[in-house]
Design a binder for this molecule. Structure first.
Ligand code: AP5
Ligand code: MG
Length: 217
């Protein structure tokens, strides 16, 4: 089973993925997380990716496609994967189609998480992430029990470098230009399911689970 989470920065892809992966036992592949880890470890990939990420721009397609190609071959992805933040351009989507065809598998469903722009800005600028386990919080919408401390592992919470207002504005504009065309791409293939992402976190999860359950009927 291959499920794609499509949506603008701050739509709640990571937040919902944490829950869906548990629910369905899928491998979780988030290109943003993989790239941030490479940046943190100062690998060759990380050094290249950082130039783009810091400006809110997309990392070149060839780099991202090869990350996903390798990741999909890992054993935990054999029974299915949830893709968060990939594909992000039509060219990436075409590469993914090729990969899946070669592996004799296919996309089952593409969720499009739809959220108002003002809400996206508030979500991104108030987001905090755990340095150790990556769990996501929000100062107002999902605060940790103790300020700046992760509920799950006790790690320190930090603000992502690309969550400043200036970079958020650029990321939203990049999304509109380069990623939004994928909505049409997947609609044409009959795979798109639009979800109202403005609702509360639990309500959004419920909508998504109900759609996934329909797939297996
Ligand atoms: P990536 O890490 O994928 O960032 P993004 O797409 O910009 O999305 P975010 O992670 O910011 O938002 P999200 O939708 O996951 O929201 P979240 O659940 O955290 O990519 C980062 C960068 O890497 C890119 O800019 C690019 O440079 C590069 N990159 C990655 N993939 C690439 C690719 N395929 N090609 C090229 N480059 C690539 O939620 C946000 C906040 O809102 C949180 O605080 C959360 O608690 C809160 N929240 C969530 N849901 C709700 C709700 N329903 N109500 C209230 N608050 C909520
Ligand atoms: Mg995310």
């Amino acid at each position: 089973m291959i499920i794609i989470l499509l949506g603008p920065p701050g739509a709640g892809k990571g937040t919902q993925a944490e829950r869906l992966v548990e629910h369905k036992g899928l491998a979780y592949i988030a290109t943003g997380d993989i790239l941030r880890k490479a940046v943190k470890n100062k690998t060759q990939l990380g050094r290249k990716a950082r130039e783009y990420m810091d400006q809110g721009l997309l990392v070149p397609d060839d780099l991202v496609v090869s990350i996903v190609r390798e990741r999909l071959l890992e054993p935990d992805a054999a029974s299915g994967a949830l893709l968060d933040g990939f594909p992000r351009t039509v060219s990436q989507a075409e590469s993914l189609d090729g990969m899946l065809e070669a592996g004799k598998t296919k996309i089952d469903l593409v969720f499009s998480l739809e959220v108002e722009e003002n809400e996206l800005i508030e979500r991104l600028t108030g987001r905090r992430v755990c340095r150790d386990c990556g769990a996501t919080y929000h100062m107002k919408f999902k605060p940790p029990k103790v300020r700046n401390v992760c509920d799950q592992c006790g790690g320190e919470l930090y603000q992502r470098d690309d969550d400043s207002l200036e970079t958020v504005t650029e990321r939203l504009s990049v999304y509109k230009k380069q990623t939004e065309p994928l909505i049409k791409y997947y609609k044409a293939k009959g795979l798109l399911v639009a979800i109202d992402g403005n609702a509360e976190i639990d309500q959004v999860s419920q909508q998504m689970r109900a759609e996934l359950d329909k797939l297996q009927q």
